[in-house]
Design a protein around this ligand. Sequence first.
Ligand SMILES: [Fe+2]
Ligand SMILES: [Fe+2]
Length: 257
Amino acid sequence: MNILAIGDIFGQCGVEHTSFVLQSLLAEENIDFCIANAENTSGTGITRRDYDELTDAGVDAFTLGNHTFGKKDVLSLFESESNIIRPANYSAAAPGKGSVVLSCKGKKIGLINLMGRVDIGVALDCPFAAADREIEALKEKCDFVVVDFHAEATSEKIAMRYHLDSKASVLFGTHTHVQTADEMVTPSGMGYITDLGMTGAEDSVLGVKKEIILKRFTTGVPQKFEYATGRAKLCGAVFAIDDTTNRCTAVKRINVR
Ligand SMILES: [Fe+2]
Ligand SMILES: [Fe+2]
């Protein structure tokens, strides 16, 4: 089975680009299941319209991050849709759930979303303990586990790689909007990449108009964000899962302009 994971889809530009390229990408890479990090589809948060547009484009499951609650539509999406999850280490009292089991080609995929605690500005429970708890809850219900670790620090993500090795079949990072060149399959058969990168406008600073971010850095004065448009890219990775062992055998970085 081939799983495509798409990095933070940013703004209308990212949603439109995904709609434009995804069907041919799914065919070219022989993809069976597509997961997208959708915390930024409306800049901060996701709307019902974004969810519907990306579902029509071919996305099968949605993960989120520090902008989970940026748009109020997410609350009704959590109630009506089973394939959208938020980091499992939010408070247990927060709306939504941190993991789900989804079916594909006769397999049960256990999907978990986690968030880091280094330089990300949200008070959260320990992601390592949350990972253990979710895997324990899922292990009898699924054939293999896929994790989106939404985190800023490369150190925290690499530590999670050691923590989850042999427990998960796929671990990918999101949030930084910059794709890393460290994709690998660990000796136990876990596919890994520190960050998938961003899906959105190339001529931007992490998806935001470059003039605005430059002004912020050069003056120190907060600026209202405007989302960049123009030429876009889709960043992510394809993970090949062996149908017999349920372990990952290959990882391929994706960057579609
Ligand atoms: Fe993001
Ligand atoms: Fe984020």
